[in-house]
Design a protein around this ligand. Structure first.
Ligand SMILES: O=P(O)(O)O[C@H]1O[C@H](CO)[C@@H](O)[C@H]1O
Ligand SMILES: O=c1cc[nH]c(=O)[nH]1
Length: 235
């Protein structure tokens, strides 16, 4: 048991799939895992452990933003001996060269966030995925005939802002899309020597206002979930 996760030691698998949304974690547990056990529901951030094709996998939410994923991923890595976290999230595209439903494999996350600097004295404003999970996701996507684009993204602390201009850091690093957690996840994994990857489904195209409707979302996220699970069983 950790401060924010009520599971007992041994109740969380070595590999964790981590969406932002607790209900997405429940959807995955309900529809993809067998022999599922709810191992934590502290703050309604659900964590489930079950089997996918016979291999133990956990799925649980990160909440939104660097501060939140910073807490959950740190406790998973340090208190539950988790080796690998695969974030499965949604993102907004900064360019209409991307389309809704596109799948991105985050190679680098650039951020104005001070999380890495003040948590771990990591000064870089662009962090890499950690370990070999990124490569395994690329390989598995080929096996599943799923297209996935290796991408540099912007991890932002901000969802709503006054200016609609491209944020300076996104321009500096040519970020194709924006989400809110990958940078802190990569920072924790880098500091602790753990594995971390982030795959994202494009849910909206910022310049055109195109977006995935609420009733399309379930179907939209299925390829990303299957890719994460098929990769998890190879780890
Ligand atoms: O779909 P999730 O994983 O929550 O990710 C994205 O959606 C949230 C914003 O709506 C932020 O957490 C952002 O990173
Ligand atoms: O963080 C996010 C996620 C989806 N769409 C956005 O514009 N931002």
């Amino acid at each position: 048991m950790s401060v924010h996760i009520a599971a007992k030691k041994g109740e969380i698998a070595k590999t964790v799939l981590q969406p932002g949304d607790p209900l997405r974690a429940k959807y995955i547990a309900d529809h993809f895992l067998t022999e599922v056990k709810l191992v934590s529901q502290t703050r309604n951030i659900f964590y489930f452990t079950g089997l996918y094709k016979g291999k133990e996998v956990s799925v649980g939410a990160s909440g939104m933003g660097c501060a939140s994923i910073g807490i959950y991923s740190y406790e998973l890595f340090t208190e539950f001996d988790v080796d690998t976290i695969i974030r499965i999230g949604t993102c907004g595209a900064y360019t209409d060269e991307l389309k809704v439903f596109d799948l991105l494999n985050v190679e680098f996350a650039a951020s104005e966030s001070t999380y890495a600097k003040f948590a771990w004295e990591i000064e870089d404003e662009k962090l890499k995925h950690q370990g070999n999970t990124f490569d395994l996701l690329n390989q598995t996507s080929k096996d599943l005939s799923l297209e996935i684009k290796p991408t540099t993204i912007h991890t932002s602390d901000i969802f709503y802002r006054k200016s609609q201009d491209l944020p300076a850091i996104a321009a500096k690093y040519n970020c194709a899309a924006v989400e809110m957690e990958a940078f802190a996840l990569f920072a924790n994994a880098q500091h602790l020597g753990k594995n971390a990857a982030t795959i994202l489904t494009v849910s909206d195209i910022i310049p055109t206002g195109d977006y995935i409707s609420a009733d399309q979302r379930e179907k939209a996220l299925k390829p990303m979930i299957e890719l994460a699970l098929e990769t998890a069983i190879k780890i």
